[in-house]
Design a protein around this ligand. Sequence first.
Ligand code: FA5
Length: 338
Amino acid sequence: MSEALAGLKVEIAAIQADADAAAEGVARLADLPTTRARFLGRKGAITALMQWLGRLPADAKPLAGAEINALKAQVETLFDSAQARLDAAALEAALSARRVDPTLPGRVVARGATHPIQAVLDDLVDLLGRLGFELTEGPEVESEQYNFDLLNMPASHPARDMQDTFYLDGGLLLRTQTSPVQVRTMQRQAPPVRIIAPGKVFRCDADTTHSPVFHQIEGLWIDKDVTMADLKGVLTAFLRALYGDSREVRFRPSFFPFTEPSVEVDVWTGSRWMEVLGAGMVHPQVLRNVGYDPNEVQGFAFGLGVDRLAMIRYGMTDIRYLWENDQRFTRQFRGGLR
Ligand code: FA5
């Protein structure tokens, strides 16, 4: 063996031992690339060994080359397993840092619920549907013509002041009542008509029983011989279904320009009477306005205050609870309060 080859073998053994210790000694994954490069990089110890090859006689070169390659393979294996060891340690550390404790209580996901107004609205529509009324709808942005004029409330009519109106540009307004849907429906179809029209209405109005936005359900039944007795029958059946037979209800004479005669209905809340609806026999002028002949057909209309009906059902003293979305209030309905 040439002296050079013997020297190479000594060098190889030294690098091998050095690499063993170095690979073993790396404690952090981040330090591994630099340590590895000290042996296997372009300027590393093993690459430097290649210069030995140049100094060897030609017949010794294959053997020396094989020795260096064997060293290179061994050192690569060394660093690969160091890499695997450090990867495993890092994973272990990450897992134990975020260890799952199965005894901890689960995170509670907030569960939504039907809003009390929606719950009552759904029930009312269902109930009136069973009494034979078909569901329809009208726009929230209305014209003065539909909200007032065609309902027998011309501009000069003092009754317009009864409902404080939010006016928009161009003769438009936020509807103050669902009654314009009566007119729209009758213009669209010939009698008989038997519809309900739920929706939001808007008035410049606010206290414990008045909200600036609230819900009404309009009802309309027109046929050849629909009478005030039918009106009373439908409303009584409806209120009984809603509140039970023993709830006290009273009909009072009232006034609306679009009905004659007119009534209002109050429900006893346990401590006071609460007005829940207006109703009456549709005024002949309204029938003429939509092209119906008041000598041929007649009928009744009503407008229910949905938010008030909800207040009574749930024993609320202030309508604003329904609109504030305070979770201490809304959470109480999660289980579907009846
Ligand atoms: C009307 O709006 C008539 N359009 C009802 C009607 C329809 C009469 C068809 C005849 C024929 P009134 O302004 O009274 O009427 O309102 C009807 C109901 O809505 C009231 O009985 C009340 O229950 C409810 N209501 C009225 N204003 C408010 C308000 N600001 N907040 C909550 N509910 C209200």
